[in-house]
Design a protein around this ligand. Structure first.
Ligand code: ADP
Ligand code: MG
Length: 365
């Protein structure tokens, strides 16, 4: 199964209403019932020509938050409860709607993918608990990667160690060592914790110029299902990546240029990984940045959804084209769908014969 790639074109902002729109969504045929799957954009060197890119799906400007969630994210919840990990990431230039898509606004209608995903997870938990044997617990961690350093967003910026938290491999999965993991049993609890952590993210934004567009925010939700005999753990990761703009083209001064080169390294490594995977090369440079180790595109076991956020106006032309090229290679990545198998619970301490750690059980929960 490959990475599912969908493009979302944001509406014009108030200040853009008089601007030319150059990015359009198209259908492959005349059938009314088929959703658009093509993005068309003019050739920057010759307006009479255009390029088209085909994705799994393309969402036009009027797409609501509800519609996007319903069509793309809601179906992944079932897989999560069946033991698969789910990764959803937003890629795009600063100002194209990544945060709007992932986090969204305050009103119910404006809520983004993340609060809707949690709401859906809790709904399923309640149903399972009502139905009987399975107990479900949900916990979250939330961190950012800034300049290749990992910071816990549950820690206020003044308490952070400047070097950040270390990451390690644990049975083929990358884990951040020392990260706060908070249980959250209701949507309300989740929202409180998520808002609290987001304040920590924006506090640092006032200290560092445009911090939030230069850091990757990673939310990890762990769902643990327990029956009388088994425990099964699966994870949903929702990632709001740093802006993918090419800083060589902006009017950054020299100092900023050096800084942004370091910050953008991870996106550069991500592009190299995608390139290497799509060319089926042996060496994939995952280990060259923390973000690529954590994202582990094509290596993580489960479902991956990439949301490519696009702005429709000409001022983004070259960056939009490079985002489209990146996404075009991403959709060719194969992801192995491997289930997190239920693990037999440890026998009670008295039965000494079972000492030796949990064993893998074959039958599903
Ligand atoms: P990014 O996180 O990619 O930098 P934002 O999510 O902050 O971009 O979006 C930039 C601006 O565009 C914000 O003012 C946001 O509210 C607005 N915006 C983005 N997508 C949409 C959308 N689908 N509908 C309405 N407004 C949007
Ligand atoms: Mg943002």
């Amino acid at each position: 199964m490959s990475v599912r790639v969908l493009a979302r074109i944001r509406p014009l902002l108030k200040a853009e209403l008089d601007k030319d729109t150059i990015v359009t969504a198209e259908k492959t045929g005349a059938d009314e019932n088929v959703a658009p799957s093509i993005v068309r954009i003019p050739n920057p060197k010759n307006d009479a020509e255009s390029f088209s890119f085909q994705f799994n799906s393309v969402y036009d400007r009027e797409t609501t938050q509800h519609e996007l969630f319903d069509k793309e994210v809601a179906p992944t919840v079932k897989h999560l409860f069946n033991g698969f990990d789910v990764t959803i990431f937003a890629y795009g230039v600063t100002g194209t709607g990544k945060t709007h898509t992932m986090r969204g606004g305050k009103s119910l209608a404006d809520r983004g993918v993340i609060p809707r995903l949690l709401s859906s997870i809790y709904r399923r938990c309640r149903k399972m608990e009502k139905d009987g044997e399975t107990q479900v617990s949900v916990s979250m961690s939330y961190y950012e990667i800034y300049n290749d350093r990992v910071y816990d967003l549950f820690e206020p910026p003044e308490k952070r160690t400047p070097a950040g938290l270390p990451i390690r491999d644990n049975n083929g999965k990358t884990v951040v060592v020392g990260l706060t993991e908070r249980p959250c049993t209701t949507l309300k609890e989740f929202e409180q914790l998520y808002d609290e952590a987001n304040v920590n993210r924006s506090t640092s934004a006032t200290k560092l110029n445009a911090h939030s567009s230069r850091s990757h925010a990673i939310l990890c939700v762990t769902v643990t299902q327990t029956t009388a005999t088994h425990t099964r753990v699966s994870r949903a990761s929702a990632i709001d990546l740093a802006g993918s703009e090419d800083n060589r083209r902006t009017d950054n001064n020299r100092e900023r240029l050096v800084e942004s080169a370091a910050i953008n390294k991870s996106l550069f490594v991500l592009a190299q990984c995608v390139e290497a995977i799509s060319k089926k090369q042996h060496r994939i440079p995952y280990r060259e940045s923390k973000m690529t180790r954590i994202l582990a595109l094509g290596q993580n076991n489960g479902l991956t959804l990439m949301i490519l956020n696009l702005a429709p106006v000409r001022s983004y032309h070259l960056d939009t084209l490079s985002s489209l090229n990146f996404a075009n290679r991403t959709k060719k990545i194969e992801v192995a769908e491997v289930e997190n198998e239920p693990v037999l619970k440890m026998a009670p301490p008295k039965t000494t014969s079972s000492v030796g750690g949990p064993t893998m059980a074959r039958q599903p929960l």
